[in-house]
Design a protein around this ligand. Sequence first.
Ligand SMILES: NC(=O)c1ccc[n+]([C@@H]2O[C@H](COP(=O)([O-])OP(=O)(O)OC[C@H]3O[C@@H](n4cnc5c(N)ncnc54)[C@H](OP(=O)(O)O)[C@@H]3O)[C@@H](O)[C@H]2O)c1
Length: 63
Amino acid sequence: MDPKAKPVLVTGATGYVGGRLVPQLLHAGYRVRALGRSVGKLKGRPWGSHPLVELAQGGRSGL
Ligand SMILES: NC(=O)c1ccc[n+]([C@@H]2O[C@H](COP(=O)([O-])OP(=O)(O)OC[C@H]3O[C@@H](n4cnc5c(N)ncnc54)[C@H](OP(=O)(O)O)[C@@H]3O)[C@@H](O)[C@H]2O)c1
């Protein structure tokens, strides 16, 4: 099975590290599942509507 067929989960995708990791993974040919507390914030990223990116909401607020 192609190891790049399954998405790589990136937590903290709206943050400094995650926000830079996502485009690097896409450039390398991986699918990405980007997890963040705010889908609106994820959508606003340059890669937010990339066809190989799936946006997912999760995490805790108020911590
Ligand atoms: N930046 C560096 O040079 C560096 C170096 C070494 C280690 N690290 C470590 O790498 C990690 C990420 O660093 P970063 O610089 O990318 O931090 P950051 O820019 O502050 O981003 C933090 C990310 O975590 C999310 N987050 C924060 N609290 C959360 C919670 N309670 N539930 C779910 N998501 C939560 C934030 O989401 P929201 O957008 O919703 O707030 C954001 O996506 C940290 O653990 C940091 O200590 C960073």
